[in-house]
Ligand binder design. Structure first.
Ligand code: ADP
Length: 652
């Protein structure tokens, strides 16, 4: 379908033309005198009643300035200007009534009764005709050559004003941004000329440095720097060196505040160069560091109260390490100052007791790999205190540069280690000294009570039975203490071998039937497939015996205790279940600790020392196994141990 001649064509570059128009930010803005002057001039020169600066957007033509016309916009399809923007030259219609494109036009046949139209496109210089500068008359007519030239020049002038207007606006925005940046809290900016004299300052200098602009302008920047009173000559080598090589540089310096005190600041010196390299001086951006200084002092005061050192230790990918922060306490731990380890930790490592060096290094590597908390007890050869024991604990954090940073604490545990050793020696001596005579007392009482020396008179029978029971209990306690002592000292030998599970369970069952019978409790065991566990037979029997005797002791009369096994992949689980009172939740966390019993009256009622489970845990863990339990008050408890499975083929 062919287009009606009155329909204006859409320019081929319409999308970019519209974008260019929008970018000038002119549409729907208030009238401005500079544009109204142009339309007034156009009307006057061309001697027309109407002159317009018309901008053609997607739907309409909108008048940035108008003389002799009431409407502020008209639909685009009715706009003469929409025709004019399709060409780069002046568009003239002498008499619209005789022009087929406009003879039916409502604005020709009605008000404003357009007859004559001359519109010069407003080109942005990139092929975009944004609209027109046009003149309109109600009489048919022509422009003379001079008027046409004037209209063209005024149109060029209009576009130049568009551009200047936009630039002015962008400059205002830029200035506001710069003002906001310069005025930002905690920062001061100084413009310094090549001779080191301050030329301009931002408002921040008053808040940060305590000077008003006139106090500083024209004065040397070096005057602001705090100089060592005894070295006045130092001033000359100050700021001039900070920007000497023409590159930005950061320096932490002390500056003198207007009120007299010195304050720590970070200065960024950046050269100001024109294209072509001529030196205009430099920009000095000053950031306040007093908050950091205060935080550091607060940390130092707090750290001084701690019985050890707080620190950050950093390990880099290339193996280098250092202490970015160490409190003064490092003198007590390593006999070094924080400065001595700030760049390299090697001095501190050199003081680790040689025998402990490998385990400390390995634990650091492990913590770096797993990102688990590092925890280690080790010895340090302190230059003035001799060999001391320390305990370190630190949480690792991976940094973006690939290094690991630990945050931690090291304390002196020499005294604690000494006490532990004394206590352990005491326990082992006392235990050994007691065990021998007690064995003979228990044996003798057993013989007497068994009637080996003749009938025991009724009057002393009961007392002798109590004496025998108590001496057996005392022996049990001493045996437990000795076991614990051996385990702690690492002196308990383990002979790991394949053990046939069925035989082990049957044997444990048989050896506890007497005790079960005595308590009126059923003890059952379940056979299992031919499996072998890898363990020390005697130690495993000791653990199972402890679990079974606990289960029996805490079972109700006529209750049932079961001994059975389960296996999965390469592990075997041996379980002992009972129908007793269960383990209270609040006690669960402590049940494997030494001397812990749910109820201290258990010792009297049920016997036992509270050491059995603690010893069992140590024994099982040293056989590469684990121990645990599930329990509730309704169903009783199930205690279990888990050990590595030994393959039948291997056992054969
Ligand atoms: P003890 O020599 O006192 O039995 P254990 O370390 O073997 O020492 O056990 C510690 C405590 O745990 C017991 O005194 C008891 O309070 C609780 N306990 C252990 N096994 C059971 C169980 N099967 N049922 C209820 N309580 C138990």
């Amino acid at each position: 379908m062919s287009q009606h001649p009155s329909q204006p064509k859409v320019p081929p570059n319409e999308p970019s033309r519209l974008a260019a128009l929008l970018a000038f930010e002119l549409l729907d803005t208030p009238a401005e005198a500079m544009f109204d002057n142009i339309t007034a001039l156009a009307a006057q020169i061309c001697n027309t009643p109407i002159a317009l600066i018309s901008l053609v957007d997607a739907e309409r033509q909108w008048f940035k300035s108008r003389v002799g016309l009431g409407a502020s916009e008209t639909p685009r399809e009715l706009a003469f200007c929409a025709h004019a923007i399709n060409r780069d030259e002046l568009f003239e219609v002498e008499n619209a009534l005789f022009d087929p494109r406009f003879s039916e036009h409502p604005q020709v046949n009605n008000a404003p009764d357009i007859r004559f139209y001359a519109g010069m496109p407003l080109s942005d210089g990139h092929g975009h005709n944004l609209g027109t500068l046009c003149v309109i008359d109600r009489q048919p007519r022509q422009l003379n050559e001079q008027q046409r030239q004037s209209l063209k020049m005024l149109a060029q002038q209009t576009v130049q004003l568009f551009e200047l207007r936009l630039q002015a606006r962008q400059q205002r925005e830029q200035a506001a941004l710069q003002q906001a940046m310069l005025g930002s809290a905690g920062t001061a900016v100084l413009v310094v000329d090549p001779d080191g004299l301050i030329q301009q300052v931002s408002p921040g200098v008053t808040a940060l440095l305590g000077y008003n602009a006139p106090d500083l302008i024209g004065r040397p920047l070096d005057l602001l720097l705090c100089q060592d009173d005894h070295q006045p000559t130092k001033r000359t080598s100050s700021t001039s060196t900070f920007h000497a090589n023409g590159q930005s540089q950061l320096h932490e310096v002390q500056v003198r505040h207007g009120a007299g005190q010195s304050i720590p600041v970070l200065c960024n010196f950046s050269p100001i160069c024109m294209e072509g390299g001529s030196d205009l001086g430099y920009l000095c951006v000053v950031h306040d560091l007093s908050y950091r200084e205060e935080a550091l002092q607060r940390l130092q005061r707090l750290a001084a109260q701690l019985p050890g050192m707080v620190y950050q230790f950093q390990l880099f990918e290339d193996g280098r390490s250092c202490f970015p922060y160490a409190s003064q306490g490092i003198e007590m731990i390593y006999g070094l100052t924080p400065d001595e380890v700030h760049e390299s930790a090697s001095e501190a490592f050199a003081r680790i007791y040689p025998e402990d060096f490998n385990s400390v290094s390995a634990s650091i590597v492990e913590s770096a790999a797993s990102l688990d908390v590092w925890h280690q007890e080790y010895r340090v050869s302190h230059p003035s205190r001799g060999v001391i024991w320390v305990e370190g604990r630190a949480a690792p954090q991976r940094r973006s540069d690939g290094s690991i940073l630990w945050h931690g604490f090291i304390s002196d545990i020499t005294e604690r280690k000494h006490l532990e050793r004394v206590k352990n020696e005491f326990v082992s001596t006392v235990s050994h000294e007691l065990r021998t005579p007690l064995t003979s007392i228990t044996g003798s009482l057993g013989l007497i009570n068994g009637g080996a020396l003749g009938a025991v008179p009724d009057s002393i029978k009961e007392m002798l039975a109590i004496a025998e029971g108590n001496s057996r209990r005392l022996r049990q306690l001493i045996d437990d203490l000795l076991d614990m002592d051996k385990l702690i000292a690492g002196k308990m030998p383990f002979n790991l071998q394949p053990i046939k599970l069925n035989d082990l369970l049957a044997e444990c069952d048989a050896s506890h039937q007497g005790f079960a019978h005595q308590l009126d409790v059923n003890l059952l065991h379940t056979d299992c497939p031919d499996l072998f566990v890898l363990a020390d037979l005697q130690r495993l029997q000791q653990v199972l015996s402890n679990l079974l005797s606990n289960a029996l002791k805490f079972s109700p009369v006529h209750g049932t205790v079961r001994l059975y096994s389960e296996f999965e992949h390469d592990r075997v689980r041996i379980l002992v279940s009972d129908q007793g009172p269960g383990i209270p939740a609040e006690f669960s966390a402590r049940i494997f600790e030494k001397f812990s019993q749910v109820d201290s009256s258990d010792r009297r009622k049920k016997g036992g020392t509270g050491l059995g489970l603690a010893i069992s845990k140590e024994l099982i863990e040293r056989m590469d196994g684990s121990i645990g339990f599930v329990s509730d008050a309704q169903n009783g408890s199930i205690f279990w141990v888990e050990l590595p499975l030994h393959r039948v083929n291997d056992a054969e």
